[in-house]
Design a binder for this molecule. Structure first.
Ligand code: BGC
Ligand code: NOJ
Length: 816
């Protein structure tokens, strides 16, 4: 069952009923100012860091689920009837409700008793503010007198404090109101140099800044007393809950449309210029007033909105495909690329499943996310790589996360995950292939952000791999440390204390737990390092890395091989995990994926056997589960993985991040049918038809779909912020459609189902534009054996580096 539909032409998903199974959200902003917005206008905004600079309040996990937002109310001043055009929070029965989630904007509108209203929400490029452009139209045959109220509730900046420290919070809230603009200035008197503003373009009938005045005692956002009575109280907040609301009266002739622009924004002042006049306690508004004035002008709003759309056209234009599959087209051309950009911006910090309080930027996560966005924003990818590397420890190890505002690593969610450093190498390799910018390897980057420790990025990469070589276990496999990619396989934790974090606890030291997964990852990474070293003119390192990859391959093929699949690990006691010897968890997806992606077993039949085992034991119609059989009870020696009920999360859930590794493995094994089949099983667009089962947004990937052991098999959770986005993008664009940036050119190497016909790809690469046509006869599988570039024949399937960096080239590829 569907709750809406795709409009690929407009690059939108259009939700046509408000009561979606879960709030279906979108993101506003892509630089410093961000917002989450649901299909019923729920959500919140923040500046750079969802925990430290939260602008507005949101109540996670509440009833109803989506409480707190950018709510607009309309009131018929003749009858007193009032409603919200976004359905929430008043939940009136609306006509023509629609929410159009687009790229960086959302439009929500409806009609109620002859009054149409529509609000466009977006963040203009380069600005620290969001625009709400509200249009109200009178479709009645008679004049209509309507009151409009906008509303937001301010967060007292630090989101965790705001949710907990009420003895203080109830006394600190402060606002100023000047020329109808509401300024939120809590703590501005002391150490903060920033404030928020809430402005409205129309003449005001009144305003409110104290929540209790606006809502009324014991009332919720569904029936604010001010809206019910149609009269703002001009309240000024002193402590309690500062909020913002403007009251605008509209008198609309039949057919008339009025436009009201509302702005919510963030502004900083220099510390020595905070007040005006100096020595007073009044906010200095000289910097913010021109910005407010500019965007309260509808003409500038229109220009900014157009610029935002052009920005996305430019980003997405770097790779566009036209294939016979609407799912592939819309995911690659629009939504998957868009989701990759959102993971670039937010890592794992703020969604409906990440509270914006717990997790910042992950070392591993951000390194992998880069694989999905590097082609769109190489300069920002470069900056990101340097930021990540600067948090690396001198041992080559890593903090598991860093805070975006400070860019400092912290141990809040642990450290010593022994796979972390490898992902940095993969991120740098992807960047180098995309850009050819070898100078980045000489960039001086500190360790642990400590001045004086700066070394070339190349040194960081060397230490990354050395980190694993310095930590090998009895079988010669890398020690797992706190965990590997699977944060929940905690082999040194042994936790018996409720609430103790599996990610930060190590109750048994000095163990010998090893990871086959890291073994595979190490092979993949060392081979990349060998190429990077060669590029850097370091033949010694190139050889050392190639040798290290070869010997680790031998270890994986012996100690890591179980007969029909790759094993998962060896535990603290040296007992095997992920083997026929294990009654539960006898096979895991991760080593099958990553080992084959690293090329292990492709020549000797192991890869094919492993793929067959995956199909037989792990694949379901909703995707491939993480392990099988699921763990039916808690295993002290395995950790968090066995805390989850069967079929959820890391315990036999369909952990979508891992599925693309199998798609790539299928492609590397020359099975285009298998690769695309796995792709479509978890593809959000292909699952739109079963939205009532899938429940999350049909336009973006979720981290997890409940596995076959779960009572809710097929139900997705944790949409948006997941490595799933980047890896699926890599799998479909680079391995199934086969367009891959390499050091010396652009590879054209599709691996497709026989039923596919010819298709076209436009790819910008190293400044040039390639218009590629893959000529393929339906019914024939096969691979590309030759190319023509502007009619000239090239042997093999590599488009060499562009001869004219700004040229446009016509490429024909022939599948035989
Ligand atoms: C989740 C993992 C996640 C980890 C982050 C665990 O509870 O199951 O998916 O990576 O927390 O610290
Ligand atoms: C989510 C984390 O963000 C990611 O880093 C990890 O690899 C997976 N969970 C698996 O545990």
């Amino acid at each position: 069952m569907r709750y809406g539909h795709f409009d690929d032409e407009r690059r939108e998903y259009i939700i046509t009923r408000p009561d979606t199974p879960l709030p279906w959200i979108n993101y506003l902003g892509s630089e410093a100012y961000f917002g989450i917005i649901s299909n019923t206008a729920g959500g919140y905004s923040f500046y750079r860091d969802a925990r430290l600079r939260r602008l507005t309040r949101y109540r996670y996990n509440n009833a109803p689920l989506d409480v707190g937002g950018r709510y607009v109310y309309l009131r018929d001043d003749e009858t007193g009837d009032f409603w919200s055009p976004s359905w929430q929070p008043t939940q009136r029965e609306l006509e023509d409700y629609s929410c159009r989630h687009g790229l960086g904007y959302t439009v929500i509108g409806s009609k109620y008793k002859g009054i149409r209203a529509e609000t466009l929400y977006f963040v203009p490029l380069g600005e620290d503010l969001e625009v709400w452009r509200i249009r109200v139209t009178n479709d009645r045959p008679t004049r209509a007198k309507v009151s409009l109220f906008d509303s937001i509730e301010f967060c007292l900046w630090e989101a965790l404090e705001d949710n907990t420290n009420f003895q203080r919070n109830y006394s600190t809230g402060q606002v100023e109101v000047e020329d109808g603009v509401i300024y939120h200035k809590t703590e501005y008197r002391e150490r903060r140099n920033h404030f928020a503003f809430f402005a409205c373009s129309a003449p005001l009938a009144g305003f409110d800044t104290q929540r209790d005045n606006f809502l009324g005692a014991y009332r919720g956002w569904d029936r604010p007393i001010v809206v019910e009575e149609g009269k703002a109280t001009d309240s000024i907040a002193h402590g309690w809950q500062p909020m913002g609301s403007h009251h605008v009266k509209l008198d609309l002739a039949p057919g008339e449309t009025r436009e009201v622009v509302v702005l919510l924004g963030y502004q900083e002042n220099p510390n020595d210029d905070k007040f005006d006049p100096p020595g007073s306690q009044t906010i200095n508004k000289k910097r913010v007033k021109p910005v407010i004035a500019r965007y309260l002008d509808p003409a500038n709003v229109e220009i900014a909105f157009q610029a935002l759309n052009d920005h996305w056209t430019r980003l997405l234009g770097i790779l566009q495909v036209d294939t016979g599959s609407e799912h592939v087209n819309r995911m690659v051309n629009i939504w998957n690329a868009y989701q990759c950009m959102v993971t670039f911006n937010l890592s794992r910090s703020a969604s409906l499943f990440e509270s914006g309080i717990g997790r910042g930027m992950g070392f591993r996560d951000s390194s992998q996310d880069l694989l999905g966005f590097v082609h769109m924003i190489p300069a920002r990818a470069r900056e990101r790589l340097i930021d990540i590397a600067a948090t690396q420890l001198p041992t080559g190890g890593a903090y598991h996360q860093y805070q975006p505002l400070t860019k400092r690593g912290n141990n809040d969610i642990g450290g010593g995950f022994n796979d972390d450093p490898c992902w940095l190498v993969l991120g740098v390799a992807a960047y180098l292939k995309e850009t050819g910018d070898v100078a980045i390897l000489d960039e001086l980057v500190p360790y642990d952000n400590k001045p004086g420790t700066e070394m070339p990025l190349y040194d960081h990469l060397q230490r990354s791999l050395q980190y694993n070589l310095d930590r090998l276990g009895p079988h010669g496999l890398p020690l797992i440390g706190r965990a590997d990619w699977n944060d929940c396989l905690n082999l040194n934790c042994f936790s018996e204390t409720p609430g103790e974090s599996f990610q930060t606890t190590e109750n048994k030291g000095g163990g010998v737990a090893e990871s086959v997964f890291i073994g595979g990852l190490f092979v993949l990474t060392s081979n990349e390092m060998a190429k990077i070293a060669a590029l850097h003119g370091d033949t010694v390192q190139a050889k050392a890395s190639a040798d290290a990859a070869a010997s680790m391959t031998r270890v994986v093929e012996t100690a890591g091989w179980d007969g029909d699949w790759f094993r998962r690990a060896y535990d603290y006691f040296g007992k095997v995990v992920g083997s026929k010897e294990n009654a539960e968890g006898s096979i895991f997806i991760e080593p099958q994926g990553i080992c084959i992606v690293a090329g292990i077993g492709l020549e000797n039949g192991m890869a094919q056997k492993a793929l067959d085992s995956v199909e037989e034991r792990l694949a379901t119609k909703h995707g491939i589960v993480l392990n099988n059989p699921a763990f039916t009870h808690y295993y002290l020696e395995l950790g968090e993985i066995s805390t989850y009920p069967e079929g959820y999360k890391e315990n036999a859930g369909i952990f979508c991040h891992t599925n693309p590794w199998l798609m790539i493995a299928e492609a590397m094994s020359n099975d285009g049918e298998g690769a695309l089949d796995y792709y479509l099983r978890i593809c959000p667009s292909a699952r739109e038809e079963i939205s009532e089962i899938h429940r999350c947004e049909p336009y973006v990937y979720a981290q997890m779909i409940a596995g076959k052991d779960a009572p809710t098999h097929g139900e997705a959770k944790n949409s948006w912020l997941s490595g799933t986005a980047a890896w699926n993008f890599v799998a479909i664009s680079q391995w199934i459609l086969g367009i891959r940036a390499e050091y010396d050119g652009l590879r054209v190497d599709p691996v497709l189902p026989a039923a596919w016909e010819s298709f076209t790809v436009t790819r910008q690469f190293r400044g040039a534009t390639y218009k590629i046509r893959i000529n393929k006869t339906r019914g024939q599988a096969g691979r590309v054996s030759s190319l023509t570039i502007d009619g000239r024949k090239v042997e093999g399937n590599l488009i060499p580096l562009p001869v004219r960096p700004d040229g446009v080239f016509e490429v024909e590829a022939f599948v035989k």
